[in-house]
Every structure is written in C-alpha cells, then in structure tokens.
Design a binder for this molecule. Structure first.
Ligand code: NAD
Length: 531
C-alpha cells in the first residue's frame, strides 16, 4: 500500500494514537481534546514490502546525481515556504503549542535545508589523495549513499526532528522510509504532501504509520542505516535488533540537561534564559533545562526572579490563542510521568515554589509551569528525564560541586554556564560531559544548522546537522586506478626476490629511523647495519 493511499482522512491537524479500531490512529488535539483526523496504520507485516520498494528505487535516485537531487531539494525549499501555514498550523494543532514556537521550529527547519543545499556540493564531492608509496596510481574517496535509510521520529518537534535526517539522507542519494511517532501522524502527512509536491518520487520517500511494533518490524526488514530520535529505552531495543543485523545507527536520545549559575551572573538575564529554556514546548524538549545548580550566594535571588517571570509571562492555553506562551502536554503517559516525579519529590522533601499540578479545569492536557527547590540527587526529578515544564533548582557551594553534580547523570545532551566572566564560563563549559555546552545561553546552538547536533552516553551517539550530519548519511568508497600505463608487475607481487626485500628494508629505514644519520646511511650503504 503506497503512503498516500494509507491516509483515510487528512486534516491539517494532529493525530494521536487512541483508537478503538486497531488499524486506525485517531488524532485529537492535546490542548482542546478536539478530534483532528485519522490515518490508516501500516501493518507490520508490510514492512518488508515497504523496504523492498525503497531499495528498488534507490539506484534511480542515486543516478540523478547530486546536481539533480539538489534541484529537487531547492524545489522542496520553495514548496515548504509556500506551505508555511499548513506546516505551522499542523504543529500548533497537533502539539497544542504556541504559534510563536511553531514558527521558530519552521524557521530552523527551512534554514537547515538551505544550509544543507549550500554545503552539499563541497561536502559530498569526491576527495582525491596522493599516496607517495604508490605514486603511479591515483586514489580518491567517493561518498556513496548507504542505500535505504529508516527514520524513526518522536512526537516532540516533529517537523525539525523528522526533516533533519530526511533532508541529509535524500541529498546524499538514499531513499527514505519514515515512521513518524504515532502521536504526530498529521505532521507526518503534512510533510509528505510538501515533499511529494516538490517532486520527490513516492518510492524514494515513503511514510508509514504505526507504533513500536511497526518500528521494530521496519528495523528487522534490514534498512541500510537507521536514524532514531526518541527515548533511551526504545533506543536500546532498536540497537539490540540493529546490532544483530549489523545496521549502522545514529541515536538522538533524551536528556536531563543542567545549567550552572555562578555568583557573578547577570541574574535578570539568567532567570529569563533559564525559564524559557525549561518551559519551551512545555518542557517537552530533549534539551530543556531540567536542573539548575546555582551558587548558594545567589540561589534565593535567582529563584525569586524565575518565579516572577513564570507568574507574569507564562500563560498556558491552546496554541491558537494569541496570549498563550506555554502549550499542552502531548500524551497522557507523559503527563503521568511529570506529575508522579513532582509529587514524589515533594513527598521526599523538595519545596514547591510554583506550579506542581495538573490543570484540571481545561479540556486539554496541561501541567502548570513548575519551579522546585531543595531537590536532592536521589530524587527522580533530579536523576531521570522529566520531559515537562518542571525546573529543579539546587544550591551548591562551589564551581566544582556544581560541575560534579551536573555531570552526575547518565545523560549528556546539552548544558550551560551562566556567569559574568566569559573565561570562567568557557573553562567550566568545556568540562561538562555533553554534546553542546553554552555560556550565558542554553538552547540557541541547537538551532544553528552548521553545528553538529547530538549527545553522549544515554543521550545517544552519532551526529545530525552540520557537515557531520551530511557525512553521517554516506559510506565512503575508495576508487584506485592507474595514473599511467600499468607496470608489468607491482613491487609487492610475486616473486619475493632478495633485491625487493632489501629495497623494502631500506625504505623503512629511510622513512622511520629516528636519527638522520641512520636514514642517510640507509640511502648510501647497500649493506644493512644491525640495529
Ligand atoms: P519513544 O522512544 O517512545 O518513541 C520514538 C519513536 O520510536 C516513535 O516513533 C515510536 O513509535 C518508535 N518506537 C517505539 N518502540 C519501538 C521499537 N521497539 N522499535 C522501533 N521503533 C519504536 O520517544 P518519544 O516519547 O516519541 O519521544 C520522547 C523522547 O525522545 C525523549 O526521551 C526525548 O528526550 C527524546 N528526544 C531526543 C531528541 C534528540 O535530538 N536528542 C529530540 C527529541 C526527543
């Protein structure tokens, strides 16, 4: 079944898995509970057929050449621009998110495409290399596509996080099988519409809808490469299955990101940056600020300033309402995780400064923006990903203690240091065990298309975006050919004569003997000296 024919009903809105019918994913707005649309589920038994179609289409997509593919991608950029409203409206409805934030996500995504198109010719060009040992031959490195790339995406930031690997995979000459989250299928459908309208052939890019069982079946169907963005729990399952089949993986996983605030920080700016960094997308961001280690001297002031900003500037509500600055929580499961972590922390002695509960008097799923102090390392609110609008502030007595605690979880995605002393900030940032460490900002580097994105440890491995992101979608192939008319025989071939042996010994002496005298002696004297 082709991707487009799977759509039973397409709306410019959100699809959430919550259906009585097992073969349909029904979409409801997390902010209003309004039904938005539904799509057919792709049966896991079809995974093989989907993958076969993708494999068969790959040769012709590669044969189009980089120039040809970039022409399609330029058209995709124009089409994306033309469909700005469709994409942004879908984000707002599906995620229950303020339009302001949806527009930022759209901007980052189209800018990423513009960047990838710009750097592709140079990044993917073959690299010639001269090998002095065999100067009569020419060698170069071709940057070939893997073949078929499986992209498994999460429900948060479904535009940026889906299209990041899709852009680079297609540009590099791969075909793509894309499984959006079961909680963001309408965004997936909106993307498909735009991508097909730009002229990407239907077999080159296929969308399939379903949950984990479909994802697992797709992995088993042996794509040539997998880019997974999601939780470490799912990543472990995928890595185990992919490991069995030796499929290369790029994993973009969760975070428990920490900010360190020093006593010399500009507290007004810091409070504003950290509140935004913690509450963007209602905290449903892998890179959101979840822990703040602040020097005791300024802890109370920082908390007071953050609480004031939350009270005065954070307005929860549906994304469509212009006054909304913080949207909904996408799934019931996520709402339960957030609420249980907060309740548990309070029972264990944490102090609630603001928020701390589910909003009961609305149709949608909302959680109050929450600020907590007196949290301890043993609490789940400090050690496990919360993925919600909750920020824990923990006073520390030294920079070293802040750093030690910041580096104490298994995660390593982003981190930040807030200080009036740039050099002190950079020195601490370099020691944070994360993929992105910033001084006096937390999130902005993640939106820069030229910077490689990714984490370490439980936050995953591999990189998307930047030059690394494009190179992540290729496998190198060395081509070696004669430069001139071939020699009758190469030096290393049979027969192994005494003359050839001496030549090789002399060459090793000349190249690697540590003393110049020995190098010279090897050149001048035929007889080899004992070492
Ligand atoms: P998830 O792991 O539950 O699901 C992600 C995707 O995996 C979905 O499409 C899901 O259907 C699929 N899936 C589930 N089980 C599978 C299986 N066994 N085999 C194959 N696929 C399977 O994650 P989520 O709840 O959608 O997203 C939230 C998580 O993603 C958080 O941990 C968040 O931090 C992380 N995340 C990371 C980044 C990053 O760039 N590092 C960005 C956004 C989100």
């Amino acid at each position: 079944m082709g991707a487009a024919t799977q759509i039973k009903q397409v709306t410019h809105a959100n699809v959430v898995a919550n259906s009585d019918q097992p073969n349909v994913l029904v979409s409801t707005s997390p902010a209003t509970g309004r039904k938005l649309g539904e799509v057919w589920v792709t049966p896991p038994a079809e995974a093989e057929a989907v993958m076969t179609r993708a494999r068969q289409a790959q040769d012709s997509w590669k044969a189009l050449g980089l120039k040809g593919r970039l022409a399609v991608m330029r058209k995709l950029k124009r089409t994306m621009y033309r469909y700005t409203d469709l994409l942004v409206d879908t984000l707002v409805a599906e995620q229950g998110r303020p339009r302001f934030e949806a527009l930022i996500e759209f901007w980052c995504t189209i800018e990423l495409l513009a960047y990838d198109i710009r750097i592709a010719p140079r990044t993917l060009a073959p690299e010639h290399t001269l090998v002095p040992l065999v100067p009569h031959r020419v060698h170069w490195v071709e940057k070939n596509p893997y073949g078929t790339v499986l992209v498994i995406a999460p429900w948060n930031f479904p535009l940026l996080l889906s299209l990041t690997p899709i852009f680079s995979a297609l540009i590099a000459g791969n075909t793509v099988v894309y499984k959006p989250s079961e909680f963001s299928t309408q965004m997936g459908e909106a993307l498909v519409k735009v991508i097909y309208e730009a002229g990407v052939p239907r077999e080159v890019f296929q969308i399939v809808h379903g949950a984990g069982d479909l994802g697992a079946a797709l992995v088993k169907a042996r794509p040539n490469k997998i880019v997974f963005t999601g939780s470490p729990t799912t990543a472990r399952k995928i890595a185990a299955a992919a490991g069995e089949l030796l499929i290369p993986l790029t994993l973009e996983l969760g975070g428990k990101d920490a900010a360190i605030v020093l006593e010399d920080a500009d507290l007004d700016r810091t409070a504003a940056g950290l509140v935004w960094g913690g509450l963007l997308n209602a905290g449903q961001a892998c890179l959101s600020v979840e822990r703040i280690y602040v020097r005791c001297e300024v802890a109370d002031q920082l908390v007071a300033k953050m609480a004031k900003i939350i009270n005065e500037q954070v307005r929860i509500g549906p994304g469509e309402a212009p006054e909304t600055t913080m949207g909904a929580i996408t799934t019931d499961a996520q709402l339960n995780i957030i609420d249980s972590q907060v309740r548990e922390a309070i029972e264990q002695g944490a102090r609630l400064v603001s928020g701390g509960r589910v909003v009961e008097d609305r149709a949608g799923r909302f959680y109050l923006p929450t600020l907590i102090t007196n949290a301890t390392p043993m609490m789940r609110i400090v050690s496990e990903e919360t993925f919600g609008p909750v920020i824990a502030v923990i006073p520390v007595s030294s920079d070293e203690e802040a750093l030690k605690q910041a580096n104490s979880t298994r995660y390593g995605l982003t981190g930040s240091v807030w200080t009036g002393n740039r050099a002190r900030g950079i020195a601490l940032a370099k020691r944070m065990r994360v993929g992105h460490a910033s001084v006096n900002d937390h999130i902005v580097s993640a939106s820069v298309p030229s910077l490689p994105w990714g984490g370490m440890d439980d936050s995953g491995y591999g990189r998307t975006r930047g030059r690394e992101g494009l190179l992540d979608m290729i496998v190198t192939q060395v081509i070696s050919a004669e430069r001139f008319k071939p020699l009758p025989r190469e030096l290393f071939w049979y027969p192994y004569t005494p003359l050839k042996l001496t030549l090789i010994q002399r060459a090793i002496d000349v190249l690697y003997a540590p003393r110049w005298l020995d190098k010279l002696r090897a050149l001048v004297f035929w007889q080899r000296r004992e070492r």
